[in-house]
Design a protein around this ligand. Structure first.
Ligand code: GDP
Ligand code: MN
Length: 385
């Protein structure tokens, strides 16, 4: 799950990571007039969306006076933001964070990622922060520092000191930096993150070291260990995805128009590939889960058909532990409960496949059967055209 900047900063606060003072968080419908702006200003106004590159896209603004800050915050709320990371789509800004601003002397890049080759968390850092790290990796790979972290011990003091030297951290901020780097590694490990990024970490003109931005991605498979996080909304999930999650179906919405109902994640992936190969585009990834019983199949149909883009449904089920005749009965029962008004293509394979196919054929349901996945995919593509 991706956390918004302010949610990531809430986590950072638990680890004493130094940050700018938060003055307010506005939600859609809030009046910027209610913002309590302390201090002399300036203030920084930031769109809370799940994409970087907000600065260049108008999602990070500096307000010099209190009235300007309120005006900026009011305009930002509800705006549509397109950044170089949103793939041409606009994200609507539903929350705006307001902080005390600072004067920046230096920007540093630092993150913790999972390095699969080392099978360990890895600190990635560069003295050139604020810029896109992907760009820097291409043009100046030698400017990127990497420090592996042992999950048992965390980042060790000597490693943090070495990193501080390599990043040319000012003497004054040296201890602050080593403490910060070690805490950042702890956030990664303890929060079961797959990414923790601070871009930029800054040294201010008045000599403070501050995490200006936060990006945290946590591993959904570890959500059961983080009750507080699990209770939070998943900002990326669509309404259909949230509903599917509640009833225990693995569903991810996609851009195409062929709804796919499959048992098993691997088979579901293969189905998406095959649909693509046949010239079509899947509307979703859907794994009905282990026990594909009538109930799950009914619910899966309901979920798939909620997406108005769906123009045909392809059912691809392998009867392994579940037998094909039971699955076929499940499809027949489900179709009595859910009105399926798009072409339905069913491919069954596995135990009792003959009986299963007979049940479908005798059911009087308007559907097409296929013997192979390739045939099913082609029939689905043809049904749409
Ligand atoms: P991003 O563009 O989505 O990564 O958003 P950031 O939070 O990283 O902000 C973008 C840029 O705005 C930063 O790299 C800084 O240069 C600038 N910025 C953010 N906060 C402040 C601030 O308090 N003072 C100043 N002077 N610049 C800031
Ligand atoms: Mn940033």
């Amino acid at each position: 799950m991706k956390l918004l900047e302010y949610e990531g900063k809430d986590v950072f606060a638990q680890y004493d990571i130094p940050m700018l003072k938060r003055l307010g968080l506005l939600r859609l419908g809030d009046s910027p007039g209610g913002l309590k702006l302390e201090g002399q200003g300036p203030w920084i106004v930031k769109a809370q969306v799940l994409a970087g590159g907000r600065g260049k896209a108008g999602g990070v603004k500096l307000g010099r006076t209190a009235s300007e800050t309120r005006e900026l915050a009011g305009k930002m709320l509800g705006m549509q933001l397109v950044t170089h990371q949103t793939h041409g789509k606009a994200l609507s800004v539903e929350e705006v964070l307001v902080e005390e601003a600072c004067l920046i002397d230096r920007e540093i890049y630092i993150s913790v990622v999972l390095d699969r080759k080392e099978a360990a968390p890895m600190i990635i850092a560069s003295a050139e922060g604020g810029v896109s790290i992907e760009e820097l990796a291409r043009t100046h790979p030698e400017k990127i520092l990497k420090v592996p972290v042992d999950v048992e011990t965390g980042l060790l003091e000597f490693q943090a000191r070495q990193l501080a030297f390599d990043l040319n951290i000012p003497q004054k901020n040296f201890r602050e930096f080593t403490a910060f780097a070690r805490q950042l590694a702890r956030v990664f490990i303890e929060q079961d993150a797959s990414l923790v990024e601070v871009n930029p970490l800054v040294v201010t003109k008045d000599g403070r070291l501050l995490a200006i931005d936060s990006k945290i991605v946590t591993d959904d498979n570890a959500l059961f260990r983080h009750k507080d996080q699990a209770a939070k909304p998943d900002h990326e999930a669509t309404e259909i995805e949230k509903e599917a999650k509640e009833i225990g179906i693995n569903y991810i919405g996609l851009d195409g128009n062929i709804g796919c109902m499959v048992n098993g994640a691997g088979l579901a992936m293969a189905t998406l590939d095959t649909v693509k190969l046949a010239g079509g585009d899947a509307a979703n990834f859907l794994d009905v889960g282990g026990g594909a019983n009538v109930d799950q199949i009914t619910r899966a149909f309901q979920i798939i058909l909620k997406d108005p883009k769906v123009k045909a449904v392809l059912v691809n089920i392998f009867g392994g532990i579940m037998k094909c005749d039971n699955i076929a009965s499940g499809v027949v029962e489900a179709s009595k409960k859910v009105k399926i008004n798009v072409p339905l293509i069913v491919r069954l394979e596995g135990t009792n496949v003959k009986e299963g196919k007979e049940i479908l054929a005798r059911s009087g349901l308007k559907l097409e059967q296929a013997d192979s996945l390739w045939e099913a995919a082609q029939k689905a593509v043809a049904a749409i055209k």
